[in-house]
Design a binder for this molecule. Structure first.
Ligand code: TXA
Ligand code: MG
Length: 310
């Protein structure tokens, strides 16, 4: 997607005035605001109806700009070199001198940081002299946004501006890794953890159980289209939406496909728009066929599992 400088300028005008705007990333759209401004950060929490104890991810252009705010370590350097910019978020220790608003981390000493790959978001960060806090651009517990119009559907006129960057290439949130202690995965996401394990040379601890609350946003109900959803279904009722991983040769109206050929990357990319479409068509429940738990299938199943707690 091409970008034009006048849209970037408009975005900067709103951000400089402490407003929140929609921004495209390669994973999902974000609801972005100045990470150094208490006022701007408070607005993010209000708009999303997000509990104040659920910290935000801060987005930087590169490791050079990050160094003002966080302490880095060897594991970070290894992973950053290989995977950033891209769909991975690191938890690092904040520097005492950091200007990050205390509301971003709920006054804790650790910060989630990410380096987005989307061209438009990078250009925006390049022109700003502050980093951007940005949670996914959806109301808390709801389906994330993967197109500008989804952001509009979530927030309507409550936000001033959305930078349109087309459809998100990955379609599922970043993988979160805690690097403040022995590395541990806090959220499955757009970067397959086997790739991370390969670089680090060992199997990672998993801390994705919502009861352990290391990542407070990973609550039981999340990513929900607001109707019941059942996983590992063999069939669907006549008036129920049926989500399939691979296109079938049928004209049944209640069948929805995540991919043409059982491709898990394509399925991740289509997941949230599929859930949104089904909800908007007025279906009252969803059945989902079993999805292989390999590669991005793990993150897809994690999202569906949380959505099934409706
Ligand atoms: O792909 C993504 O990560 C997207 C795009 C916009 O960058 N952002 C995103 O943000 O998914 P959000 O707020 O929807 O999810 C962030 C998750 C939450 O589960 C939150 O609890 C966790 O990151 N988190 C943020 N800061 C943390 C911290 N300091 N320690 C542990 N978990 C943290
Ligand atoms: Mg989210």
């Amino acid at each position: 997607m091409k970008f034009n400088q006048s849209n970037i300028k408009k975005a900067i005008k709103y951000l400089d005035k402490d407003y929140c705007i929609g921004v495209p990333t390669e994973t999902v759209y974000g609801l972005a605001a100045n990470a150094y401004s208490n006022l701007a950060i408070t607005k993010i929490f209000d708009l999303k109806k997000r509990p104040k104890n659920n910290p935000l991810i801060v987005h930087y252009l590169d490791a050079v700009s990050l160094k003002k705010d966080c302490l880095i370590n060897d594991n970070f350097i290894k992973l950053y070199k290989k995977f950033s910019p891209g769909p991975i978020t690191y938890i690092l220790k904040l520097k005492k001198s950091s200007k990050i608003s205390k509301y971003v981390t709920n006054k804790k000493k650790y910060l989630a940081v990410r380096f987005p790959k989307h061209k438009i978001f990078k250009e925006l960060l390049k022109q700003l002299d502050y980093p951007l806090a940005a949670p996914s651009a959806n109301i808390t517990t709801k389906v994330s946004a993967v197109q500008a119009k989804d952001v509009k559907e979530e927030f309507g006129s409550k936000i001033k501006y959305i930078l349109d960057g087309g459809r998100c290439a990955i379609g599922i949130e970043s993988t979160i890794i805690d690097l403040t202690d022995k590395p541990a995965i806090l959220r499955l996401g757009g970067l397959d953890i086997s790739k991370i394990q390969k670089i680090l040379g060992y199997k990672l601890d998993m801390n994705i159980n919502p009861k352990r609350k290391k990542s407070p946003g990973q609550s039981l109900l999340h990513y929900s289209p607001g109707i019941p959803l059942k996983m590992n279904a063999l069939k669907a009722k006549k008036d129920e939406a049926f989500i399939l991983i691979k296109k079938r040769n049928t004209k049944l109206k209640n069948y929805f496909y995540l991919s043409v050929k059982n491709d898990l990357n394509e399925a991740a990319k289509n997941l949230y728009s599929c859930l949104r479409k089904i909800k908007n068509k007025g279906y009252k429940s969803i059945a989902v066929e079993k999805i292989s738990n390999k590669g991005l299938g793990k993150a897809i199943n994690d999202r569906l599992n949380r959505a099934s707690n409706y």
